[in-house]
Ligand binder design. Structure first.
Ligand code: B1M
Length: 470
């Protein structure tokens, strides 16, 4: 049915321009399908690749009609945050739609964002961040833009899983002296960018989407407070099981670990679902998750592992060590050889239920006994990171997402593998369950924690571990 329209349009407009617009319209449809759960991330990225290639092919043949360009956004993941997949997706979608994107990368201080915005005469600033802490950093960044008198100049788009629409569109909007909006995904980012540019250029009828109001009023903090029992608390974790004997105290470096040693620890579901975005279609009669794993996931995983091997892209290494320690209230105290305090990690205690705290799993100081704690840092090396960056630069978006996700999960697999080794060295690997799924469900003796999660949220503590492991 489009043919007649197309014929009519061709009488009036250059064909190339129509093809270009059609590609843009196609990408919008992809966006809608993605938003409604009918299209999956890998295929969105493939569509974006096709579009980018096609547009690049058309561009030299098209007349430049718009001298000032469609608009420029400076995009960054905020200070202290390393998550960049979402931000890079925003980059892909915006640049494919004709916007100039200055992508600063991760861990960007506000000064660098402002500097880039001034240098590139940006129309919009985009900030991304996934850590809860990043929501606070974003607030500070907006305050800084206010303080520098730049708020009126730079509308801001914020995105990332830790944000909520109400936090951005009410709380942050109230404090920012310019426009600030929330984008749930890259396509909402695109719609906002379109609206912001239309408003800036004075397009008749252009306006920003309405701000969303909180349906339930925010509760006062006082209401949320739980009454804590008076005096020191400790949970019911036993203190009388034997303290394991480590094979050594201090640190060891292990290099050249072959992929076949830790590949079995790869959590395929975390890779396929979490990293590669394979999901059963929400509507229609599309393939189920298991079918996708067989048709897409496993064959592509085999291909990647082969490429990693032939290209020598993995350089797995571990630094780990055992240290004397004891618990002091809610703190784990790492001791030196003479029993003096070397450093301490203070952990939060659950506010209800068993009221657990990580410190409870070590012998208390009052017992007069010394316990042992293991620390480890693992890496799959930097070559795979370089290869990932090259794929992104070459607009090979699906490959980029897959290799990136695989590198993350291989690092995780290496950490699991080494943790099993630690259990063996401490003499209780015999209690490990048989099935790998039970391993991923943590049904073994011991536990491996990573800083930044609920039980041990303080990311600054990583510096102490780096210090201990030298
Ligand atoms: Co991390 N991580 N991570 N991580 N990680 C989260 C965020 C976490 C929620 C996991 C969890 O608890 N289950 C948790 C945060 C908890 C918290 O803050 N309370 C967490 C943690 C704790 C950590 C570490 C601290 C772990 C550790 O090392 N101990 C550490 C962080 C260190 C640091 O930042 N300083 C860390 C590290 C990592 C990896 C390196 C392993 C890896 C990131 C790799 C990378 O990005 N280069 C990673 C990953 C992959 C995740 C999860 C599993 C997935 C994130 C992701 O890529 N999603 C994540 C859990 C989760 O979200 N399910 C988690 C896919 C991506 C497409 O979505 O980024 O949300 P997203 O982007 C969306 C939208 O949000 C939006 O558009 C995108 C979709 O279209 N959007 C924007 C995003 N930015 C936008 C900007 C816009 C517009 C839209 O305009 C400007």
């Amino acid at each position: 049915g489009l043919e007649a329209d197309l014929d009519a349009a061709l009488q009036e407009r250059p064909a190339l321009e129509i093809v270009n617009d059609t590609l843009l319209a196609g990408m919008k449809v992809v966006g809608e399908l993605f938003g409604s759960g009918q299209m999956q991330l890998p295929f969105v990225l493939q569509s974006a690749e096709v579009m980018k290639t096609a547009v690049a092919y058309l561009e030299p043949h098209m007349e430049k009609t718009d001298e000032e360009g469609k608009g420029t956004i400076v995009l960054a993941t905020v200070r202290g945050d390393v998550h960049d997949i979402g931000k890079n997706l925003v980059d892909i979608i915006l640049s494919n739609n004709g916007y100039t994107v200055v992508n600063l990368g991760i861990k960007q201080p506000v000064a660098a964002i402002v500097e880039a915005a001034e240098e590139h005469r940006a129309d919009v600033i985009g900030m991304s961040g996934l850590l809860v802490k990043s929501t606070v950093i974003m607030k500070e960044n907006l305050q800084e833009l206010n303080a520098r008198g730049l708020a009126a100049r730079y509308p801001v788009i914020l995105g990332g899983a830790a944000l909520t629409r109400a936090y951005v569109e009410q709380d942050l909007h109230a404090l920012y002296e310019g426009e600030v909006r929330y984008a749930r995904d890259a396509f909402e980012g695109l719609r906002l960018m379109d609206a912001l540019m239309a408003v800036k250029r004075g397009v008749p009828g252009a306006r920003l989407p309405e701000l969303k109001q909180r349906r339930v009023p925010r509760r006062e903090t006082a209401e949320l407070q739980v009454t804590e029992p008076a005096g020191p608390v400790r949970s019911d974790v036993a203190t009388d099981h034997p303290v394991p004997t480590p094979p050594f105290l201090g640190t060891r470096v292990v290099k050249g670990i072959a992929l076949k040693e830790y590949a079995a620890w790869l959590d395929e579901d975390a890779l396929f679902k979490g990293q590669w975005g394979l999901k059963a279609a929400r509507t229609g009669d599309g393939p189920g998750y298991r079918e996708l794993v067989e048709a897409e996931g496993r064959p592509r995983l085999r291909g990647w592992l082969e490429r990693l091997h032939t290209g020598s892209l993995l350089e797995a290494a571990v630094v780990y060590g055992y240290f004397p320690c004891h618990a002091d209230g809610d703190a784990l105290v790492v001791l030196d050889e003479d029993g003096g305090e070397r450093c301490r990690f203070t952990f939060p205690r659950q506010r209800r239920g068993r009221r657990l705290c990580l410190a409870d799993f070590f012998r208390p100081k009052e017992s007069g006994e010394t316990d042992v704690v293991g620390f480890q840092v693992v890496t799959v090396g930097s070559r795979i990171g370089q290869a990932t960056a090259e794929l992104f630069a070459a607009d090979a978006y699906r490959d980029y997402l897959e290799l990136h996700g695989l590198s993350v999960q291989l690092a995780e697999a290496l950490a699991e593998y080494w943790h099993a080794r630690v259990r063996a060295e401490l003499g209780f690997a015999g209690q490990d369950p048989e099935a790998i799924e039970d391993m991923f469900a943590l049904k073994y003796r011991g536990a491996r924690f990573s800083l930044g999660y609920g039980a041990c949220p303080d990311l600054e503590d990583r510096a102490k571990i780096a210090g201990l492991l030298r």
